[in-house]
Ligand binder design. Structure first.
Ligand code: MLC
Ligand code: AMP
Length: 505
């Protein structure tokens, strides 16, 4: 038996001394050396007692070794669960417990916290630091550089990615080998990736965009990546001349446009700029073309579905649209109440079906059934419409979600923390426009009668419980929250009221 995902992404590069990763310190990781490191890591997983189907939770800084940990999980048939490095203890405890992770790999600085969480759950803990050191790396150093790849089928699970629910409890999206491989093959073809490509990679690798869209496509095509630890304007400008292509969230592009060094000369040799994970403003698309002559290629995806639609490589890339359904992916716009397909041009719920759509949510059959229809269509929670040329426009969300700098933030998760604070009767958390992040978090607090809540203490409690990117940028005390006749808080009214809280009217 084979292991389709490993064979297609990694195995085929066996022995190739071609560059795979260009690191910020000047080191170059070849495909061959990456595969050798991967095999050593796979031996560590096996020696730690992990068997195919076990879960490995990784909260590690972006590095070549962190990527090799993902590859080792694929080779050993272990389900990879990457975790945002900003998550705090309370958030991590949930993911590690819910996933039943057998092993946690973390940064050495977090060893005590993660041991305190993992040990009571019976999970092991090893460390992998940003510099490639740590107990996991040490355990690998004397392992063979070849590993008998674990046989897997396309239908086997390859990764869990947690995407919080609008009710507050995060859901583990189960992604199969086929989900990942089918989408990577489609995207590599549609976006013309080849072994000549050098992708400028500044995204985190604990989310779909940086891990499965950017990295899997590059591996499939046999190209290379300039592998930056994070987005840094100076580094992006310095490295751009060596790249052929780039992927990013809209904030990457608005920040580049804000820098006078980002010019047509700097980008003339580039062939492709891809944007996604959050809305790219049409004005950004237009400014980008005026500055560089390039038309950003915007695409639409989700943790649960990988990529669904894309503006074309050849042909019109329409600002403000997320393009056409990808080959093999069905997209329809339906009436949220009836599920009936709406006529072209009408706004409704976006539904998606294809090999790219996930298996379901781990141990949440009800939530899976609520979003994944029996006929295979996945209800995205996004609202949109098709234009006269069949291009999809995302015009809103039927789910309570804020996307800040490309990160998903679920208001319910924050409201639960705010409501728990002394003096708070209830709260509402909304997204309001922000020039840099697109949207940012604003909290509205209704005090208990006769009390004056301590806003600073509430902010401190949120800071303790939640990852930094989720923190409300401000808390506003209000007398009451607007409600409809059903008693539901009308967040649309709040969003309109506070639309200019952080941006000029
Ligand atoms: C960082 N901060 C954020 C933030 N990123 N706050 C809110 N939203 C964010 N996205 C915090 C920092 O910790 C810092 O806190 C403060 O805000 C200012 O940070 P910054 O220096 O301005 O931010 P920076 O570190 O430069 O990061 C911004 C960013 C980063 C846009 C580069 O957020 C990023 O890489 N986003 C990409 C997210 C991503 O990969 N999304 C894909 C999801 S997959 P302090 O305390 O230091 O002041 C998906 C599917 C698909 O959606 O379709 O692709
Ligand atoms: P995530 O669950 O982190 O993968 O986020 C997926 C969500 O990001 C989608 O449901 C959309 O709401 C949003 N999204 C992704 N790509 C785009 C895009 N190009 N334009 C607007 N929203 C997007």
């Amino acid at each position: 038996m084979t292991n389709p995902l490993y064979d297609a992404l990694f195995g085929k590069h066996a022995g190739r001394m071609t560059p795979f990763l260009y690191l910020e310190d000047g080191r170059v990781v070849t495909h061959a050396s990456f595969l050798a490191q991967t095999a050593q890591f796979a031996h560590v997983l096996q020696n730690a007692g992990l068997v195919p189907g076990d879960r490995l939770a990784a909260q590690v800084e972006k590095s070549a070794e962190a990527l090799a940990l993902y590859a080792a999980c694929v080779q050993a048939g272990v389900i990879f669960l990457p975790l945002n490095t900003a998550y705090k203890a309370d958030e991590l405890r949930y993911f590690i417990e819910d996933s039943g992770a057998r092993l946690v790999v973390c940064d050495g600085a977090d060893l005590d916290v993660l041991t305190g969480i993992a040990a009571p759950l019976g999970a092991g803990v090893m460390t992998l630091n940003a510099d490639g050191g740590g107990s996991f790396a040490e355990a690998a150093s004397d392992q063979p550089t070849r590993f008998d790849t674990s046989p897997r089928s396309a239908d086997d699970l390859a990764a869990f990615l947690y995407t919080s629910g609008t009710t507050g409890r995060s859901k583990g999206a189960m992604l199969t080998q086929e989900n990942l491989l089918s989408n990577s093959e489609t995207l590599a073809e549609v976006w013309r990736f080849t072994s000549d490509d050098v992708l400028l990679h500044a995204l985190p690798i604990f989310h779909t965009h940086g891990l499965f869209v950017a990295t899997n496509i590059t591996l499939l095509a046999g190209g290379a990546m300039i592998f930056l630890p994070r987005f840094d304007l100076d580094a992006m400008i310095a490295q751009m001349p060596k790249a052929t292509s780039m992927m990013g969230v809209p904030t990457f592009y608005t920040r580049l446009l804000g820098d006078a060094r980002f010019t047509g000369d700097l980008t003339g040799h580039m062939r492709l700029f891809v944007s996604g994970s959050a809305p790219l403003l049409a004005e950004t698309h237009i400014q980008f073309e005026a500055r560089t002559g390039h038309r950003i290629l915007e695409r639409y995806g989700m943790t649960e579905t990988n990529m669904n639609t894309s503006n074309p490589y050849d042909g019109a890339r329409k600002p403000g649209t997320v393009g056409l359904p990808l080959p093999g992916v069905e997209v329809k716009v339906t009436d949220p109440a009836s599920g009936e397909t709406l006529p072209q041009g009408d706004v409704g719920q976006i539904e998606v079906r294809g090999a790219n759509v996930f298996r379901g949510y781990w141990q949440m059959p009800e939530k899976t059934a609520a979003e994944l229809r029996d006929d295979g269509f996945f209800i995205t929670g996004d609202l949109g419409r098709f234009d006269e040329d069949g291009y999809l426009l995302i015009v809103g969300r039927d789910k309570d979600l804020i996307i800040s700098g490309g990160y998903n933030i679920y208001p319910k998760e924050i409201e639960l923390v705010l409501d728990d604070q002394p003096g708070v009767l209830e709260s509402a958390v909304i997204g309001v426009p922000h020039a840099d992040f697109g949207e940012t978090v604003l909290g509205l607090i209704v005090p208990q009668p006769g009390t004056a809540p301590d806003v600073d203490a509430i902010q401190a409690a949120a800071a303790e419980a939640l990852a930094r990117f989720k923190h409300p940028r401000a808390l506003v005390i209000v007398d009451e929250l607007p409600r409809n006749t059903m008693g539901k808080v009308q967040k649309n009214i709040l969003r309109e009221t506070y639309r200019t809280q952080f941006t000029p009217a």
